[in-house]
Design a protein. Structure first.
Ligand code: SF4
Length: 379
C-alpha cells in the first residue's frame, strides 16, 4: 500500500509577461486558457483522488508558478476550494503561495488569508529599478516595498526572492537591495544567482554579446555579501540559498532537501511518489490538450533505485547548513556512508569542503562556495 506524501505542489502556469531569463513552465498573455486549466487541474486531482480513495491529510501545500496571483479574485477563490476539496491541511501546516508584486491588491491577499494561505513568497528580485528593468520585471522597487508591507499586515509570513549576478548590478546596488529587504516585515529570504538557461532570450542575447555574464568572482562576493547582511540582521542561513528568521524555515522545501516524497499537479510539475519520480509535460498547451481528453500527460518517469535515492539524499541533505544526521541516514538507507561514497567523502574531508561534527555531515564555509560541485561528487 502506498504511503501517500504529506506535501503537495500545484503549478499555476500564467504570467502577465514572460521575463527574458525565465524558463519555467508558463504562458503569458493567454489568460483565455485559465478556465481550461482549471478544468484539467480538476481532472488531474480527481484521478489522484480515485487512486488514493480519500481526501489526503497534508502538512504543506505549495502553489507555485508562473504567477499564481495573476489569477483573479474569483479564480483564487475557485482554486482554494478545489484544493480544499482534495487535501486537508493539518493543524499547524504550511500553506504557501508564490506571487509577484504586480496586481497584488489587498482583496486578493484577503482571499488568500481566508483560504488558509499562511506564507506568501514574493518574487521581488531587486529593489533597484535599473536591475528590475534589465530583468524585464514589470514592477518597480517602491511599489514592491509597499506590497510587502501590505501582505505582511494580512498574512502571517512573507518571504522574498532576491537575485544577484545580474549584468550591470553593482555590489552597492545589491547592498541597497539587501538592506531594504531586511528593513521590511519579512521572515524569509531566498537569494539566487541569475542563471542563463538555454532557449531563453537572455541566453541568445548573451551569445550575441548584447548581455555580459557577471564575473564569477563578483557573483561569489555578492553571495557572501548576502550571507553577511542577512545573518547580521538576525536571519539564520539554513540552506545554501535560503535564510529565515527563527522558526520560519520553509517546511515545504525542507521536504525536498530531506529527500522525502511529494505530490505535484499541473503542467511541468515534478513529483516523487512510491519511489517513482515523474514530471508532467512542460508544454502548457500539450498538457491542456491531453487532460482535456482525459489523459495524463507525463514527460519523464523513472523508478529510483535504493542506491540512487541514497546518493540524492546526501546531495540534497548537504544543501542544508546543518547537513544531515549520518546515523539516521545509514539506518534509513541500510548502507554506510563509507560503503556508498567513501571516496567522495574522503576527498571532501581532505580538501576541507566537508566536516563531520556531532554526527552531522555538512559543508564547511569553503565547501559552501563550491556547493554544486562538492555535492555532485556523491551522485
Ligand atoms: S514573473 Fe516569474 S515565473 Fe513569470 S516569467 Fe517572470 S520570472 Fe518567470
Amino acid at each position: 500500500m502506498i504511503q501517500w506524501p504529506r506535501a503537495v505542489y500545484l503549478h499555476v502556469p500564467f504570467c502577465l509577461h514572460h521575463c527574458g531569463y525565465c524558463d519555467f513552465t508558463l504562458v503569458a498573455r493567454r489568460d483565455h486558457l485559465i478556465p481550461q486549466w482549471f478544468d484539467c487541474l480538476q481532472r488531474e486531482l480527481e484521478q489522484h483522488r480515485r487512486e488514493s480513495g480519500a481526501r489526503l491529510p497534508v502538512d504543506s501545500i505549495f502553489i507555485g508558478g508562473g504567477t499564481p496571483t495573476h489569477l483573479s479574485v474569483l479564480q483564487l477563490q475557485q482554486l482554494a476550494e478545489l484544493i480544499a476539496g482534495h487535501f486537508e491541511l493539518q493543524p499547524g501546516g504550511e500553506y504557501s503561495m508564490e506571487a509577484n508584486p504586480d496586481g497584488l491588491e489587498a482583496e486578493k491577499l484577503r482571499v488568500l488569508y481566508e483560504a488558509g494561505v499562511n506564507r506568501l513568497s514574493l518574487g521581488v528580485q531587486s529593489f533597484d529599478d535599473d536591475v528590475l528593468q534589465l530583468l524585464e520585471r514589470t514592477h518597480r522597487a517602491d511599489a514592491a516595498a509597499e506590497v510587502v508591507c501590505e501582505a505582511a499586515s494580512i498574512l502571517p509570513a512573507v518571504s522574498l526572492d532576491l537575485m544577484f549576478g545580474v549584468p550591470g548590478q553593482s555590489e552597492a546596488s545589491w547592498q541597497r537591495t539587501l538592506e531594504r529587504a531586511v528593513s521590511l516585515p519579512v521572515v524569509h529570504v531566498s537569494t539566487y544567482g541569475l542563471t542563463w538557461e538555454q532557449g531563453t532570450p537572455f541566453f541568445r542575447r548573451q551569445r550575441s554579446g548584447e548581455l555580459q555574464r557577471v564575473e564569477e568572482e563578483l557573483e561569489r562576493s555578492q553571495y557572501l555579501q548576502a550571507i553577511q547582511q542577512l545573518t547580521g540582521a538576525g536571519f539564520e542561513h539554513y540552506e545554501v540559498s535560503n535564510f529565515a528568521r527563527p522558526g520560519w524555515q520553509c517546511r515545504h522545501n525542507l521536504v525536498y532537501w530531506r529527500a522525502e516524497e511529494y505530490l505535484a499537479f499541473g503542467p511541468g510539475a515534478a513529483r516523487y511518489v512510491g519511489g517513482v519520480r515523474s514530471t508532467s509535460c512542460r508544454s502548457v498547451v500539450k498538457w491542456l490538450r491531453s487532460w482535456s481528453e482525459g489523459r495524463a500527460c507525463v514527460e519523464e518517469e523513472e523508478r529510483c533505485e535504493p542506491e540512487q535515492r541514497a546518493r540524492e539524499a546526501i546531495m540534497l541533505g548537504l544543501r542544508l547548513r546543518r547537513g544531515f544526521d549520518v546515523a539516521e541516514f545509514e539506518s534509513r538507507f541500510g548502507v554506510t556512508l563509507q560503503q556508498l561514497a567513501g571516496a567522495a567523502l574522503a576527498q571532501g574531508l581532505r580538501r576541507g569542503q566537508l566536516e563531520l561534527a556531532d554526527g552531522q555531515l555538512r559543508l564547511t564555509e569553503t565547501g559552501l562556495l563550491l556547493a554544486d560541485s562538492v555535492t555532485a561528487e556523491f551522485l
